[in-house]
Design a protein around this ligand. Structure first.
Ligand code: PGA
Length: 245
């Protein structure tokens, strides 16, 4: 299975998001052999997007969640609230949040709370891969780890930093490190999806997706442009072997 995860960041609100997601659903209506497509809008758009996705195979995710699940926490959104709103996935530890002070310790608390609520966690690492991964997974038990996806997203490759997509050999070696750390932490039987993110668009997606060891892509700025979205999904479909379908 290949994953195409759209991180809309703050690029679109509800009106633009609804139009975009209607176009995505229309493009793949009735098609069953699809990659796992996950749309992660801003919190406010989640309810409206959920209505459109409810009869499609496209999944819903959020861009963050708090580490407590309920209580006196003004302004935060807990993982069970996301679950109730129809989210199956949540992105955690994104470098744009780490840059604002989110530490590995905070990320690990979020990861544990989200897994406990039954969300699938899309954990981003990218600066010091091994340290971030170990720190962000502190306290996560082996029995919960099946709901974890890891994205290698080197800071400099994110489009807003202007560095351009990472070179494939760099991505492949980071993916190897991620798999080795997961194996070391959770034992040999784990086979969590490992994705790449950073300036992925319709033109370069296949470079990453065709690699067996790269299970998918996390797409930011290109994920709010319908032609890029369909091209990335097309690349994932081309890359999927019959056993993936
Ligand atoms: P980008 O962002 O595709 O715009 O580089 C990816 C991400 O930050 O998730």
């Amino acid at each position: 299975m290949k994953y195409v995860i759209a991180n809309w960041k703050m690029y679109v609100g509800t009106r633009g998001g609804v139009a975009l997601v209607k176009a995505v659903v229309r493009a793949y209506r009735g098609k069953v052999d699809l990659p796992e497509i996950v749309i992660c809008p801003g919190f406010l758009a989640i309810g409206d997007i959920k209505k459109i996705l409810s009869r499609s195979r496209v999944k819903l995710g959020a861009q963050d969640a708090f580490w407590e699940d309920e209580g006196a926490h003004t302004g935060f959104v807990g993982p069970s609230m996301l679950k109730e709103a129809g989210c199956e996935y949540v992105i955690l530890g994104h470098s744009e949040r780490r840059a604002l002070g989110e530490t590995n310790d905070l990320v690990s608390r979020k990861v544990r709370a989200a897994l406990l609520a039954g969300l699938r966690v899309v954990l981003c690492v990218g600066k010091d891969v091994e340290r971030e991964l170990r720190g962000s997974l502190e306290g996560v038990g082996r029995k919960d780890v099946s709901h974890l996806l890891v994205v290698y997203e080197p800071e400099g490759a994110i489009s807003s930093r202007g560095g351009g997509a990472a070179d494939l050999p760099d991505v492949l070696s980071a993916v190897l490190i991620i798999r080795a750390v997961l194996k070391n932490l959770f034992g040999g039987a784990v086979s969590n999806p490992v994705l790449y993110g950073g300036s992925v668009d319709g033109e370069n997606a296949y470079t990453y997706l065709r690699e067996d060891s790269i299970d998918g892509v996390l797409v930011g700025s290109a994920s709010v442009k319908i032609h890029h979205v369909t091209d990335v999904i097309g690349a994932a479909l081309r890359a999927m072997k019959p056993r993936d379908l």
